[in-house]
Design a protein around this ligand. Structure first.
Ligand code: ASP
Length: 342
């Protein structure tokens, strides 16, 4: 039986070609993809295409576009065995993270990929990324999909979407997942590590949660920072603070007063690490005790991308029926973090 995969084309370099007169990259009509990559006709799965009317640079992808992608999957969920989202690389990890919170109890693969060089370029990485992603998006073991989560495939590696981050604007090997093992690797053989794949709670039906709050702000702490700038937070409901190392910040009264004032305004403070690997261990150093005092929430070893989109997903979400923000944030919802105990 041929598995059916829907490609959702949103934009990005993967769907561009060089205009040799102007030298700049322009989106090409993605309907012509089968002509550009004739190998797609040899695939064992049946591929259909849905394109965004205007291909987007991924810096233009935000909450409305995440809802569009999620809605597109929701509407066609029963018609396809797997989904492949073609996306610009710059914000692909944000989209992967957001979708992981929005698409609940997913039982089918949703893979994201893109490329560093356009598909028409001689040295392009688009072809391998696209063909192998289609393989993963159509991989079944009998009646059960092997991947039942949002994954990101790039340069021979399949990563959990909400653990991934883009670390290079230069190299083909542009993504990593520093706090979680690689789900699969493509070499001579296409491998999957079944032990580390996410499984949704059994017996729960797939549904889509479209709630996303935009009252979230992200601030990176730096040495010499003037804390008085925090007074400009009028509409924020969640402040994601990216602090030093395993969770430290300037240990003085000023910092404590500033954070306390933020909390008094009803703003939730989530603390995550500036280090890409490892995470927050409040209490390990005395310079982290302020976070205990002001009731800040530990983001453990979550990525910035997942911390921001998880905050958007939880804050004010009526589907969580008044469960406190902190209790929801501090537990993993879909494999996005591990709890760090000190
Ligand atoms: N600026 C492009 C984007 O993110 C880069 C890419 O696709 O690689 O849409």
């Amino acid at each position: 039986m041929k598995r059916k995969v829907l490609i959702i084309y949103t934009g990005g370099t993967i769907g561009m070609e060089k205009n040799y007169e102007t030298g700049s990259l322009m989106p090409f009509d993605f309907e012509h993809i089968f002509r550009k990559i004739p190998e797609m006709n040899l695939l064992e799965c049946e591929v259909s295409l849905y394109s965004f009317p205007e291909p987007l640079d991924s810096s233009d992808v935000g909450t409305e576009e995440w809802k569009r992608i999620a809605g597109c999957i929701q509407e066609r969920y029963e018609d396809y065995d797997g989904f492949l989202i073609l996306h610009g690389t710059d914000t692909m990890s944000y989209t992967a993270s957001a979708l992981s919170f929005m698409l609940k109890n997913l039982k089918k693969p949703v893979i994201l990929t893109g490329s560093q060089l356009p598909i028409g370029d001689l040295r392009t990485d688009a072809k391998e990324n696209l063909l192998t992603s289609l393989y993963y998006a159509s991989l079944y073991d009998g009646n059960e999909a092997v991947i039942q989560e949002i994954a990101l495939y790039f340069e021979y590696k399949l990563l959990r979407g909400n653990r991934s981050l883009k670390h290079s604007a230069e190299y083909f090997d542009a993504y990593q997942s520093p706090n979680y093992p690689v789900l699969g690797q493509s070499g001579v053989h296409l491998n999957i590590d079944k032990e580390v794949l996410y499984r949704p709670p059994s017996g729960e039906d797939f549904y889509c949660d479209f709630h996303l709050s935009t009252d979230v702000l992200f601030v990176r702490i730096f040495p010499g920072m003037n804390l008085k700038h925090f007074s400009i937070l009028p509409t924020v409901k969640v402040l994601v603070l990216q602090v030093f190392g395993s969770g430290t910040i300037f240990n003085n009264k000023d910092t404590e007063d500033t954070l306390m004032k933020i909390r008094d305004k009803g703003i939730e403070i989530v603390v995550i690490s500036q280090c890409v690997s490892g995470g927050i261990a409040i209490g390990k150093y005395s310079n982290s005790n302020i976070f205990h005092k002001v009731g800040a929430i530990s983001g453990h070893n979550i990525t910035a991308e997942a911390a921001i989109t998880k905050s958007m997903h939880i804050m004010g979400n009526p589907n969580y029926k008044n469960q406190p923000f902190a209790s929801l944030f501090e537990r993993p919802l879909c494999g996005e973090m591990d709890i760090i105990n000190i």
